[in-house]
Write a protein that binds this ligand. Structure first.
Ligand code: AHG
Ligand code: MN
Ligand code: MN
Length: 316
């Protein structure tokens, strides 16, 4: 019998409660992947005609994926609110305001790849509320450091659809099996290789990077001889880094002065998965998991990957 999503979910500290939420993520992933496959026939590619709170043009598929994810979280009955990259405010689930958990989501990561049939993803993390269950969940419930996250992971919509997640007991990868119509454990207890792999970064920004990162990366390249790969979708770039080793980075630059990637929807969940696979996740000079979030849509610099390369890079 293949190992199912919920069996691994049940092994963490909050196992009983994580099972329905992870199953909900799995259902959302199956729906979003079907939506992506048929998007061109439904005229669903292209811009939605609106901007999200971050001033980025929303794609139709960003909006639809957001709706699907929210609906699946609602149906679990275990989630009181969802913070989404595509929503300005925290979305409170009115039927379950007394539920224990909040979910943070980047419903469609790498959406600039959509028009060229490139890989995209979904990123999520789950936290337990700080406020009393009798109160209305508040945005302050979402502002928890990575060290407090209970579970996090991502879905990669590539040649196959993979769901990779951790409940704090290692990182595990599941692949959607079209024959059984469910996710089955395919990558048990992923460990990032200590050496080898690639560096992965949008190097066209190098002359704008802060903190002398241009020179630091040059030194890393000279010292290690690492090759380069970059897809432009964090999920795909980090997934490759996790399986092959190396380092993924998005430093602060002249345009994105505090970094481009979002702390709550991208840095913390991907950092959690990376650390659980034996890798390292830094945001400038501190662990991603130690950064105290101050706002829902906060952005930070990100350096994730094999310990030796992350340390070597930041040391210069
Ligand atoms: P999103 O599509 O959710 O807005 O995320 C895009 C992010 C991330 O996926 C990727 O690592 C990065 O933007 C790519 O940025 P550049 O195009 O500046 O390289
Ligand atoms: Mn993203
Ligand atoms: Mn997105």
């Amino acid at each position: 019998m293949p190992t199912t999503l919920s069996r691994i979910a049940s092994e963490g500290k909050h196992g009983h409660d994580m099972m329905p939420i992870i199953q909900g993520v799995g259902r959302a992933a199956i729906e979003i992947s079907a939506l992506l496959r048929g998007a061109v026939f439904r005229g669903a590619l292209g811009a939605a005609g609106a901007e999200n709170v971050q001033g980025e043009e929303q794609q139709v598929l960003d909006v639809l994926s957001d709706e699907i994810f929210l609906e699946e979280m609602r149906s679990t009955g275990f989630v009181c609110a969802v913070g989404s990259e595509e929503q300005e405010e925290l979305l409170v689930i009115e039927e379950y305001t007394d539920a224990d958990y909040l979910v943070l989501v980047d419903p469609l990561d790498g959406s600039s790849n959509l028009d060229v049939d490139g890989p995209v993803g979904t990123i999520f993390s789950i936290v337990k509320r700080k406020s009393a269950n009798s109160e209305r969940p508040h945005v302050s419930d979402t502002l928890q450091a990575g060290s407090e996250v209970i579970a996090a992971g991502y879905v990669l919509y590539g040649p196959s659809t993979m769901l990779v997640y951790s409940v704090g007991e290692g990182t595990h990868g599941f692949t959607f099996n079209p024959a059984s119509a469910r996710f089955e454990l395919s990558h048990d207890n992923i460990r990032i290789p200590e050496t080898g792999g690639y560096y992965s970064v949008n190097e066209s920004n190098a002359d704008q990077w802060s903190d002398g990162m241009g020179e630091k990366l040059e030194n890393l390249k000279k010292d290690t001889g690492l090759g380069m790969r970059y897809v432009g979708a964090m999920v795909a770039d980090v997934h490759r880094t996790l399986l092959k080793g190396g380092v993924f980075l998005y430093p602060a630059d002249g345009k994105n002065t505090t970094g481009k990637l979002r702390l709550l929807y991208e840095a913390i969940p991907m950092g959690f998965v990376m650390e659980q696979a034996g890798g390292k996740s830094m945001s400038k000079d501190m662990l991603v998991s130690e950064v105290q979030p101050e706002a829902l849509h906060q952005r930070v610099p990100v350096y994730l990957g094999s310990k030796t390369y992350v340390d070597g890079l930041l040391k210069g």
